[in-house]
Ligand binder design. Sequence first.
Ligand code: PAF
Length: 283
Amino acid sequence: MRTCHTVHELRATLKTERLKNKSIVFVPTMGNLHDGHMSLIRRATKEGDIVVSSIFVNPMQFGENEDIERYPRTLAEDQTLLLENGCHYLFAPDALEMYPDGKRSQTQIEVSDISNILCGASRPGHFVGVSTVVTKLFNIVQPDVAIFGSKDFQQLKVIENMVRDLSANIKIIGEEIARAEDGLALSSRNGYLTPEERVIAPSVYQSLLNAKEQILSREKTFEEISEEAQKKLEASGLTRDYFEIRSQHTLKKPTKKEKDLVILVAAYLGKARLIDNLCITLN
Ligand code: PAF
């Protein structure tokens, strides 16, 4: 696997692959890779010829009160994992390479409506940072296919909408959530949990499973189900952010006829903000 640190080097390298008519599959990440990321890389090897990943801890998607310096950086370990799982090229730029004039004077991409609800409401500006950096990475890598984890369900929808709205010729794939044996969705942020918090954390997934059962039994309103779930999470020691039942397609409150639902949860546990989701189709 070759690591490129500059846009120029990566473009020149990928040009030779494109001249050989190779298709390019891209997996953008912020590093500190775990088995969840590796499931994306393994999927990428099945979707095309050349697998490109990126590691960039994007300052534009962190809020003023979110400590970007604390975000774990583990490049050497990440490179080993990527190589072992079939990645061909890694793009690992620094902030100056991505934002030569600083992030404040950077042109921004904002995907309307969907960027300001749910996680976007709790983390103002977050999705503008994500859409902007992903657009830049897409322009640098020019992939045929790009793969994102479904744990960040709203991020996946933001990117799908962005690609549609900007007529980008990229197929977006959402890969299934990778979970630990006890159900906790794999995330770099799980590393912030103390051993005691790690024992509590699977209650987030449990709350989704309970809500799914309650939706299917149709005995309670969505509001009642959500409120009950948040109270239970609080009783387990988590602090509420949101627990919502939404349309899988728009992330808006579902109409009475809506069949494709998604249950989305975000809650704080110690220093970690945990998010998870579960899709459900009614018949
Ligand atoms: O999901 C992530 O790791 C990041 O939000 C992404 C898509 C790599 C953009 O920085």
